[in-house]
Design a protein around this ligand. Structure first.
Ligand code: ST9
Ligand code: ZN
Ligand code: ZN
Length: 332
């Protein structure tokens, strides 16, 4: 099949009520090109070291780490995960709900704890991913295979199309937020403190954990959260059902939802990206539970969602037949 250039998409200021990412291109016309991969060896070395330390941390969990340190590692995993799902993803990249400033501060701290780049950089890549999904302009194009979409894309230079098309994606709403500009500007100072230094010092000060145990268990929780996130880009673009849209590759994947606290319902999410639930139902969706709790105290509001009628129409029109179309909401 002949390779076609990616078409331009309309740009312009973002209207808060608009769905910012539905004007996608038809993806089935594009095959990845065969350009040589430009490996960034610094990242390869850093990730090899981090994975080695994480494995040693896992060993220490069974050998010498205090059980409080392990529980604390699991808690930090959940907090960092919520910084990504409730913050970078559902609040900022998709604007699927609004948040008062105390919640924004909590989300920013948790997102920095996750170290997946600043919210602005994360959201730019993510908006480009939705808009140009599975083309050369998608930063983690799943058509390049499991490893590339999982972590390989962070080990090499981005395709020029990512940069070209990405420039047309409106980011003005995020640059308009002083807190996000602050985090972006000082990320290289804030990130090491919040993601590595404080999580290591706290167990040493509060329950006399050794440096080695505290440091390695924290690296383990960081690496686990990275893989859980990356699984959304790899496994949840490959293995599962497509009840909402069989013409796209993202799928519903229960296991990914478990590790990524509710972000594995990816066929739904790519079909209705403005829904703050990122899923039709509330099952295996810890992020949703937490956002709902914040909504109860008014810190999260204007929660956008999709009507059952709209979902039903879409399921009938483009679903693969796997939807429990009878028993709507019964299992919610
Ligand atoms: C990490 C991110 O892991 C993971 C994100 C995953 C997203 C998942 C989404 C799934 C849904 C949500 C699920 C949540 C589940 C959570 C569960 C939690 C348990 N548009 O990047 P550079 C331009 S990070 C427009 O250096 P290179 C731009 O001009 C891990 N323009 O490109 C830019 O300059 P500036 C830790 C773009 O040189 C310039 O290019 N972090 C775009 O090709 C250079 O940009 C790392 O490992 C765009 N999209 O290098 C760092 N992109 O920024 C890894 C670029 O000044 N990153 N431009 O405007 C790097 O080292 C590099 O980015 C690189 C590419 C080597 C990968
Ligand atoms: Zn995706
Ligand atoms: Zn998304």
């Amino acid at each position: 099949r002949e390779k076609q250039p990616l078409p331009s998409l309309p740009t312009g200021p973002l209207n808060e009520c608009d769905d910012i990412v539905t004007d996608k291109i038809p993806q089935d016309t594009y095959e990845p090109d065969d350009r040589p991969i430009d490996i960034v060896w610094r990242n390869v070395v850093v990730f090899v070291i981090l994975h080695s330390v994480a494995l040693y941390g896992l060993y220490l969990c069974f050998i010498s780490a205090m059980w409080t340190t392990t529980i604390y590692g699991i808690l930090l995993y959940q907090m960092s995960a919520f910084g990504i799902t409730g913050g970078a993803h559902r609040l900022w990249a998709h604007r699927s709900y609004k948040a008062k400033w105390p919640l924004k501060v909590i989300l920013l701290i948790c997102q920095t704890l996750a170290h997946q780049n600043s919210v602005i950089e994360w959201s730019r890549d993510h908006r480009v991913h939705h808009k140009f999904q599975e083309t050369d302009a998608d930063p983690h194009n799943a058509k390049r295979g499991f490893f590339f979409s999982h972590m390989g894309w962070l080990l090499c230079k981005k395709h020029q199309e990512v940069k070209n098309k990405g420039k047309g994606v409106d980011m003005s709403d995020l640059y308009a937020e002083p807190l996000l500009r602050l985090q972006h500007k000082y990320f290289l100072v804030l990130m090491p403190i919040v993601c590595f230094v404080l999580p290591t010092i706290i167990p040493m000060l509060l329950w006399n954990e050794t440096f080695m145990n505290a440091y390695c268990v924290n690296i383990l929780r960081y690496i686990c959260a990275l893989h859980a996130t990356w699984l959304v880009n790899s496994a949840a673009h490959m293995w599962g059902s497509k009840p909402y849209d069989k013409f796209i590759n993202p799928v519903e994947n229960r296991l990914v939802s478990f590790f990524a606290i509710g972000e594995g319902w990816h066929n739904y999410h790519h079909t209705f990206p403005w829904d703050y639930k990122a899923a039709e139902f509330g099952r295996i969706n810890l992020s949703l539970t937490i956002i709902n709790l914040f909504a109860k105290i008014g810190w999260a509001y204007d929660l956008k969602t999709v009507s059952k009628e709209m979902i039903e129409k879409r399921v009938t029109r483009t679903g693969d037949g796997s939807h429990e179309i009878w028993g709507w909401g019964d299992k919610d």
